[in-house]
Design a protein around this ligand. Structure first.
Ligand SMILES: [Zn+2]
Length: 173
C-alpha cells in the first residue's frame, strides 16, 4: 500500500479491525520510509450495482453521492459521521441482499428516508422535501403531520409495553 504522503510502497500494519458490522476491515498503517500513519479500508469487491434514474439513465451506485445528499439534509444536526456511513452501508446492503443488479433511484431514496427518520426528524423532513420535490408548503406540512402522527403511535405503543409485560401479581393476593 503506497504511502499517501511520500509515495513509498511499503508500510506496516499497526492495527486491523472490523468496522462496525464486519463489512469492511480498517487498518492503521505506518509508512516504512517517512513514518507517517494512515488508514486503509478493505471491502469486498462486488459487481457494480447500477442505479436507474428517473429519466431511465443508469449509473453505478455511488456511496459518496448518496452520503452527500444525506449530509446536505443533515446540516448542523447532531448526527455522527459514523451513523451516516452506517446508514449508507445499510442501504447498500439491503439492496444487494435483494440480489438485484439494478435498483431504481427512487427505492434508494425510500430506503434512506426510512432510516433517516429513525435517526433525526429534522434531517428526515429536509431530505424528504428535497428528494420528493414537494410541490408546495402544504405537502411539506402534510408530511410533517404524518410524521408526528406516526411518532404519537410509536410512543403510545412503547408506553403500553410495560403494562403487557408486568407479571400479574395482583391476582395472587
Ligand atoms: Zn511515507
Amino acid at each position: 500500500m503506497r504511502c499517501p504522503v511520500c509515495g513509498h510502497e511499503e508500510s506496516k500494519v499497526l492495527d486491523s479491525r472490523p468496522v462496525v458490522d464486519g463489512r469492511a476491515i480498517r487498518r492503521r498503517r505506518e509508512c516504512l520510509d517517512c513514518g507517517r500513519r494512515f488508514t486503509t479500508y478493505e471491502r469486498p469487491d462486488l459487481a457494480p450495482l447500477m442505479v436507474v434514474k428517473r429519466d431511465g439513465r443508469r449509473e453505478p451506485f455511488d456511496r459518496a453521492k448518496v452520503l452527500g445528499g444525506i449530509l446536505r439534509a443533515c446540516g448542523k444536526r447532531p448526527i455522527s459521521m459514523e451513523a451516516l456511513e452506517q446508514l449508507v452501508d445499510d442501504v447498500e446492503h439491503a439492496v444487494r441482499r435483494a440480489g438485484a443488479q439494478e435498483v431504481a433511484s427512487a427505492l434508494i431514496g425510500d430506503l434512506v428516508m426510512e432510516r433517516l427518520r429513525r435517526l433525526d426528524d429534522v434531517a428526515y423532513v429536509r431530505f424528504a422535501s428535497e428528494y420528493r420535490r414537494f410541490q408546495d408548503v402544504d405537502s411539506i406540512a402534510e408530511e410533517i403531520e404524518t410524521l408526528k402522527e406516526r411518532k404519537r403511535r410509536e410512543d403510545a405503543l412503547r408506553d403500553q409495553v410495560p403494562l403487557i409485560t408486568l407479571p400479574d401479581t395482583h391476582a395472587t393476593r
